[in-house]
Design a protein around this ligand. Structure first.
Ligand code: NDP
Length: 322
């Protein structure tokens, strides 16, 4: 089958379509004929070696498609089911995924919309519920507000009654973020984020900073926090956060959390809770899903380049079959 196989680390220029054997499902897995793949920033962390990867490796942690076969211990899926899965090796004509990390595609949501909101939407839901429970009236700083996670986090925080301050690079992206409810935009390339946060909040600071930028924004996040505010560090877009001394949290009694989605949805009950909450928010119109572009399967390199050079806003998808 055609697949994006890797035998060494590299940047998006190393992406090449190759061949791999069609996989067979293990006892607890399902075999899926792929229709769409969802790009996520984490794809670049595996490719660059920021997170461990075992070679040969196939890219892609999120995909949708039709179940072709199920492992001997799988009871909740059958051939023909349309599914959305989180796992690995999904940028290929076929992939296997753990049944425990797969859900049936809701009948009332288009496949590409459901997939476009899936991993990033559950990230936004779990971060705003468990990493820091966002409450009405709280000031929330969303870095990369016009990104895939950023736009969803903005809408969820607004639905909870918070005031969202977002950072972005361009006026075009600012408009996209404002259209989904961001209250204040800071252009981080030309404006001083901390100064603007203090102006907007009358010197109070933010109750939480959802920081996916990583290395470049640690000090900015710390200086923007209000007393008792939370630093939710959930990404490495500019590189991993350097060693951080715990005493930095003391002057304002701040909280630090470094969450990953996978633990939040690591049991069937948790996956069911967050996926059904997400699909309900999409089908009721509470959550608008922004798809930046659906690229052809053959154009994954261009899609990854657009995401990793900050050209995109919202979700980037691959269409696996024509
Ligand atoms: P985005 O769509 O947010 O893309 C990244 C954005 O970051 C860019 O569009 C850009 O927006 C901004 N950015 C800031 N600095 C840079 C830079 N130096 N180079 C490139 N982009 C930059 O991606 P995702 O929504 O897929 O992911 C967002 C973050 O969330 C990632 O760090 C990802 O790893 C993390 N994440 C973490 C999860 C978890 O479980 N912990 C789960 C899912 C995602 P702008 O032009 O506005 O600056």
């Amino acid at each position: 089958m055609k697949a994006y196989v890797f035998n060494e680390h590299g940047d998006y220029n190393t992406i090449k379509l190759g061949e791999a054997p069609k996989p067979a499902p293990a006892d607890d897995q399902i075999l899926v004929k792929a229709t769409y793949g969802g790009l996520n920033y984490i794809d670049s962390y595996f490719r660059k070696g920021i997170y461990p990867w075992t070679f040969p490796a196939i890219a892609g942690v999120e995909g949708s498609g039709v179940v072709e076969a199920v492992g001997s211990k799988v009871t909740n899926f059958a051939p023909g089911d349309r599914v959305i899965c989180i796992g690995s090796g999904m940028f290929a004509e076929y992939f296997v995924a753990p049944a425990s990390r797969s859900v049936k595609l809701p009948e009332n949501i288009k496949e590409e919309i459901a997939l476009a909101g899936y991993l990033q939407g559950m990230t936004a839901l779990t971060l705003s519920e468990e990493a820091h429970k966002v409450l009405p009236g709280q000031y929330v700083l969303v870095h990369a507000v016009a990104g895939g996670v950023g736009l969803l986090l903005t809408q969820i925080c607004k639905a909870r009654g918070a005031i969202v301050i977002g950072t972005t690079s361009t006026p075009e992206k600012a408009e996209i973020a404002k259209a989904v409810g961001a209250d204040h935009i800071i252009f981080y390339k030309t404006e001083d984020i901390v100064k603007r946060v203090m102006e907007i909040t009358n010197g109070y600071g933010v109750d939480v900073s959802f920081d996916s930028v990583g290395k470049d924004t640690v000090d900015i996040t710390m200086d923007s926090l209000a007393k008792f505010g939370s630093f939710v560090s959930y990404g490495n877009t500019t590189g991993p956060v350097p060693p951080f001394t715990i005493n930095r949290l003391a002057p304002k009694n701040n909280h630090l959390c470094r969450p990953q989605l996978y633990a939040y949805v690591s049991t069937p009950e948790r996956l069911e809770k967050y996926s059904s909450e997400l699909f309900e928010m999409i089908s009721s119109g509470t959550l608008k899903i922004t798809i930046f572009k659906i690229y052809d399967f053959e154009d994954y390199r261009q899609a990854a380049e657009a995401l990793e050079t900050g050209k995109t806003s919202g979700k980037v998808l691959l269409k696996m079959e024509s």
